[in-house]
Design a protein. Structure first.
Length: 114
């Protein structure tokens, strides 16, 4: 299991809102994630490996900056790729508390909800 933190999007959103700097940081983060995914998939043993890649944020941003409250653009900023996850299917993660069970399941630990 690996964790990678790409904080520039969050910093830009807080500092300038969802303007040009935010979009540039988002594009850069998307490219970085793309390079990470490509590196994982290009491993010599890649075809035999079952990788699950989860991209999460602590929140989305409002157009004017900040993260408000329960607005959809604030609460739905999740993505995942891996075995059993198909593009276009309903999202596996729609709330932050669903991140840990998805990760635990991906590494073979039974999800526990208390």
């Amino acid at each position: 299991m690996s964790f990678v933190y790409l904080g520039a999007v969050d910093f830009a959103g807080h500092a300038t809102g969802a303007g040009a700097a935010y979009r540039a940081a988002l594009r850069a983060a998307d490219q970085r994630v793309g390079r990470l995914v490509a590196a994982v998939r290009s491993r010599p043993s890649g075809p035999e490996e079952d990788w699950t890649i989860v991209v999460v944020t602590d929140h989305g941003h409002l157009d004017d900056g900040g993260h408000g409250g329960r607005e959809p653009e604030v609460a739905t900023a999740w993505a995942a790729a891996g075995p059993g996850i198909r593009p276009g299917d309903p999202p596996l993660i729609t709330r932050q508390e669903e991140v840990a069970p998805l990760v635990l399941t991906a590494v073979g630990c039974p999800a526990h909800r208390g």
